[in-house]
Design a protein around this ligand. Structure first.
Ligand code: GLU
Length: 418
């Protein structure tokens, strides 16, 4: 659901970085560096389709900043993705890894395609060619991809295999979000949704809300939305509504999630699920609830619908779901927003754990991984909340403050080459 002005996406992130740098008196040499992406690769590559026709696809890999370590960020397969959006998402990764306290920079990749219309063999050829073309940037010590919208563990496996073939030996640490069988981490698949659950409950606690009485609405039924909904329900919250790209279902008494996920697997959509009313995504976002998890795409909350949002807490499972105009309206209305670079950092936190496990060839159990994730999410949330209260700013500004402080320190200590 790319409803918003995507050409604005990078400019929006840039403006907030710039404003917060100036507010914090961060050195100009750091601010100007963060205004641009360090590296941008655009590729147009041919793929032989199953019917023999050759089609040319366009892909990107953008590194925004690598001052704090190798660049890290997912790969998106989507028909509407463009370079500006990838730049914005790469910059958000730079901020996210800094807020989360993992030693990475930020990057993002994408291929303009609709993976749902490609066969498995076409998807594999496209992925391998893309991986081969971005190998001049990608590497276990330089730039490490992961899944994002439209990609999955199987695609990461093809990337790992393609890169390894080029080296002549297996390099599991070149990519994260891999299947367990080839060096993936326990808990990685659920990590982003788990991080959303942890941050939602921390926000609820901060506002004095009892999870056992909290009502939840979730936009998005992909990996993040479905896992987030499931884990919040397991914590005792009542998930009243959930949607996918085609629309949502609503039952004020609570949705039977297990049945719903089974239906989604069988029919490809949540629509028409028994014991629930059908509603549009627009209606879903305006439902009265305690916790609204936005886990679909960018620009779900815009100037037009923000005044109608009746949630107490918004948890940004997606990257960039709220436009700056909408953010202001929501904050003015007293809604507590857990911003994307904090709320969805669980994914990259466990990516870091997967990378470390791959580098040392020593693997951990799920409980260990989940505990580590909870610890890092809690300490990031606590730090951001503290800065927000101290400086009387919203949580997004405070998260940018936390990140930019780390980034400025790293850039200053390293200095400018040559
Ligand atoms: N695509 C995810 C994100 O936006 C994960 C990135 C990663 O693990 O590198 O945070």
């Amino acid at each position: 659901m790319s409803t918003g002005p995507n050409e604005q996406a990078f400019q929006n992130v840039r403006k907030l970085i710039s404003d917060v740098c100036q507010q914090m008196n961060i050195a100009e040499m750091c601010r100007v560096r963060l205004m641009e992406c360090e590296r941008e690769l655009t590729i147009h590559f041919p793929i032989k389709m199953d019917d023999g026709e050759v089609r040319v696809f366009t892909g990107f890999r953008v590194v925004h900043n690598d001052s704090r370590g190798p660049s890290k960020g997912g790969i998106r397969y989507h028909p509407d993705v463009n370079l500006d959006e990838v730049r914005a998402l790469a910059a958000l990764m730079t901020l996210k890894t800094a807020v989360a306290g993992v030693p990475y920079g930020g990057a993002k990749g994408a291929v303009i395609c609709d993976p749902r219309t490609l066969s498995q063999t076409e998807l594999e050829r496209l992925t391998r060619r893309y991986a081969s073309d971005i190998a001049i940037i990608m590497g276990p010590d330089s730039d490490i991809p992961a899944p994002d919208v439209g990609t999955n563990p199987q695609i990461m496996a093809w990337i790992m295999d393609t890169y390894s073939m080029g080296r002549g030996y297996s390099v599991p640490a070149v990519v994260t979000g891999k299947p367990l069988e080839i060096g993936g981490s326990n808990g990685r698949f659920e990590a982003t949704g788990r991080g959303c659950m942890v941050s939602a409950l921390l926000a609820a606690k901060h506002l004095g809300l009892n999870p056992l009485e909290a009502t939840v609405v979730v936009q998005g039924c992909g990996n993040v939305g479905a896992t987030g909904a499931d884990l919040l329900a397991r914590e005792g919250c009542r998930v009243m509504a959930i949607s996918d790209s085609r629309g949502g279902v609503y039952n004020p008494k609570g949705i039977d999630l297990e049945g719903l996920f089974a239906r989604k697997r069988e029919t490809g959509s949540v629509i028409g699920f028994r014991n629930a009313e059908t509603l549009t995504n627009a209606e879903l976002l305006e439902l009265k609830c305690d916790i609204l998890v936005v886990a679909a795409l960018e620009h779900a909350l815009v100037k037009a619908n923000a005044p109608s949002v009746k949630a107490r807490i918004i948890v940004e499972g997606a990257n960039g779901p709220t436009t700056p105009d909408a953010n202001k309206i929501l904050c003015d209305n007293g809604i507590f927003i857990v911003p994307d670079i904090l709320a969805n950092a669980g994914g990259v936190i466990v990516s870091y754990l997967e990378w470390v496990q791959g580098l040392q060839s020593f693997y951990w159990g799920e409980e260990e991984v989940n505990n580590y994730l909870r610890r890092l999410m809690t300490s990031a949330f606590t730090e951001v909340l503290h800065l927000s209260q101290l400086n009387k700013v919203d949580m997004r500004t405070a998260a940018y403050m936390t990140a930019l402080r780390q980034l400025a320190a790293a850039m200053t200590i390293r200095g400018v080459f040559p």
